[in-house]
Design a protein around this ligand. Sequence first.
Ligand SMILES: Cc1cc2nc3c(=O)[nH]c(=O)nc-3n(C[C@H](O)[C@H](O)[C@H](O)COP(=O)(O)OP(=O)(O)OC[C@H]3O[C@@H](n4cnc5c(N)ncnc54)[C@H](O)[C@@H]3O)c2cc1C
Ligand code: FES
Length: 502
Amino acid sequence: VELEQKHSSYWIDSTLSPVYPKLIGRRRFDTIVIGSGIVGLTTAFLLKLAGQKVALLEARKLVEGNTGYTTAKITSQHGLIYDRILKNFGQSTARLYAQAQQSALNLINQWIGQYQISCDYGLASASTYTQKDTCLPDIEAEVRATQQIGIPSRFVSKSDLPYPIKGAVVFPNQAHFHPRKYLLHLASLVNGDGSTVFENSRALYYDESSSTIEVKTLHGTAIANHLVIATSFPVFEKGFYASRLTAFRSYALGVYVSDPIPQSMYITVEKPLFSVRPQPTDKGTMLIITGLIHPVGHQIDTQQCYQQLEKLTRQRFSVKSIDYSWSAQDVSTLDGLPYIGPYYPYSHRLYMATGFSGWGMTNGTAAAMLISDQILGRPNPWQHIFDPSRLSQLKESGQLIQQDVHVAKTFIKGHTSPAQPTKPLEPGQGRVIHRHGRQLAVYHPPNQPPREVSAQCTHMGCIVNFNNAEKTWDCPCHGSRFSTNGEVINAPAIKKLKSADG
Ligand SMILES: Cc1cc2nc3c(=O)[nH]c(=O)nc-3n(C[C@H](O)[C@H](O)[C@H](O)COP(=O)(O)OP(=O)(O)OC[C@H]3O[C@@H](n4cnc5c(N)ncnc54)[C@H](O)[C@@H]3O)c2cc1C
Ligand code: FES
């Protein structure tokens, strides 16, 4: 199967990129927020609304992290999560989780009206469905669980998809939007009156004293009372997050079809995951199809993932054209609930949010609401269920050990894998080679000589793998990604890959 599409995110392709300055010199603020995804920008805006002066530091350009590559369904339906939360944590946690998501949905809806944000916002129901009889009991259990905690869900056995389904759990009155149009508007509201949005200002390290926090970038220092780490996988390892988080990648296509357009948003129960939602565009309604999933850096032939997603799409829809393809990553936690709150136990200055397991539009907005309440000293009922050092972690200590063993094995395998065959690289190919006791990541760009950087990830030293679809170096341990020049694309890494002779 040949892909016809451009290899870029529709959200980035369909919006202009505003320009914000770098942080230069020493600047004083009330709070520093690192990262310009949905968590960072929503937190910054909430704090500014509360009268704070905020610095938002973005390492690269605004909203070009995972939020620039999402599917952007805004829904409290997160697959079949409520039955699982009820069974694992009980009714109170399930209710609070649902309340957090619904409050996030309401806040987004409210701001879009209040600030007249033009962002293709549309209401739609959300459905998690199955095409297999064997999965029907899971759907029915989810309907029961959601009704038990007061979510107005229903069971259906028909849909407006052009292929049959066995059954679905439906949440009415959910939504979807253009995440960059929404967040770039928020950024313009954050900037000004003593608050500043900075681009190309990577946070390199921080210093915490008894009264302030200083964050250093290449050209400047921001000083504040509070720091929010909103970098998806958290930077600055303090809290054993590397042992408690898994980064996974997933794939998306922007597709025009000749079938009647489904009005709802859909996702399968069964694997491979297949998600559909409509998106209005200049050329008519495009379907955004997302699916497949694998831990970052573990799938060597990532081009094959796009091909598999295209195949699944063509089996289900009459495809007129595939205009876009992109992929993105997110992070999951040991117990399946996000980590939102103090960065390390009892910290009153540093906060973080991560682990949205593919549902960051509502979880990320709820995270901003919770963190801004914590910084402002306001009570918030969700703080215990999302507390990054919650006691349920103890139950997952077995999983924690497994994750550490997995990372240790990946580390050892990367460092001891046998030397590669010396066959020259074709243009467009990349490979890790051994030379003089070092492992080098070598990429051969078309029409240029091969370029080499160190293959050792700057986060904790694992050996990166080549991602042949995106032409990046991806770390199998915690999901850092680097360009073929070694520049950091995804946290937790902060520093670029060393030069081949460095
Ligand atoms: C394919 C796919 C589809 C998805 N679909 C949905 C969906 O339909 N609905 C939904 O709710 N969720 C969805 N998600 C999940 C959602 O996209 C994410 O949970 C969310 O975007 C994460 O937002 P964030 O703000 O935490 O991180 P990001 O958007 O990744 O933002 C982090 C930012 O931090 C910056 N940064 C990193 N390090 C530094 C540093 N040292 N200094 C300064 N800046 C730094 C990065 O450059 C980046 O801009 C999907 C995820 C995937 C992978
Ligand atoms: S991301 Fe942790 S070692 Fe590479």
